[in-house]
Design a protein around this ligand. Structure first.
Ligand SMILES: N[C@@H](CCC(=O)N[C@@H](CS)C(=O)NCC(=O)O)C(=O)O
Length: 205
């Protein structure tokens, strides 16, 4: 049994952590849940994540939830994979900005657009401001690339990149040339390819 166990539904937001685990390269087990059958609402899983959501990651005796937190944790815990920017480096501030930008700005901007409110919220009330500004900020960062932190691929690319990839597949994010080129760079990564293949096999079970 590996020290790391991913509670996963295939495909879902936990697929982001599956990719991250492939980037990290440490052994891990998968506990597959069916959201359709409501496995995530059963008492044994609610004891792991009371939110009833995937992903959750067990590392030894500790359970971590929230995909951006899990990716940040894995990058710091296994620095040999060089997916983090270490404490003590000012650039870490920028790296953390992108890790928080995923769940704090990108995801709410995309979800709000897909499921709009009856009454439009004031820009100042929304943490992401507005959809177009959010997209422009990311487009500029990935255009400079190849990765969000320049030459170094990091956990921030997993968090933001997965969201862009899925968002474009589901037509929730515009296929801007900067995003398409960034997604192609991601798709060429062996770890992303391994994760995609594993997820496909798991989904067909
Ligand atoms: N804030 C969570 C969101 C996780 C999430 O919404 N997961 C979905 C799958 S994509 C889920 O578990 N849905 C099942 C449900 O809510 O019943 C994260 O970023 O990890």
């Amino acid at each position: 049994m590996a020290d790391l166990t991913l509670y996963h539904a295939s495909p879902s937001r936990s697929s982001v952590v599956l990719w991250m685990l492939e980037e990290v390269g440490q052994p891990y087990d998968i506990k597959l849940l069916s959201l359709e059958k409501g496995d995530n609402r059963q008492a044994d899983y609610l004891a792991i994540n009371p939110m009833g959501k995937v992903p959750a990651l067990r590392h030894k005796d500790t359970v971590i939830t929230e995909l951006a937190a899990i990716c940040t944790y894995l990058a710091d815990e296994f620095p040999q994979a060089q997916l983090n920017v270490p404490i003590g480096t000012p650039r870490r501030g920028v790296y953390l900005k992108w890790l928080f930008f995923g769940p704090g700005c990108l995801e709410p901007a995309v979800v709000d657009r897909a499921a709009p409110r009856k009454e439009e919220a004031r820009r100042g009330m929304l943490g992401y401001g507005d959809f177009d500004t959010t997209m422009n900020v990311i487009a500029q960062a990935v255009a400079e690339g190849p990765w969000l932190m320049g030459g170094q691929f990091t956990a921030a690319d997993v968090v933001i990149g997965a969201n862009l990839r899925w968002g474009m597949i589901f037509k929730m994010i515009p296929e801007r040339p900067e995003f398409v080129a960034y997604a192609a760079r991601i798709a060429a990564r062996p770890a992303a390819q391994r994760a995609d293949a594993k997820d496909k096999a798991l989904a067909s079970r």
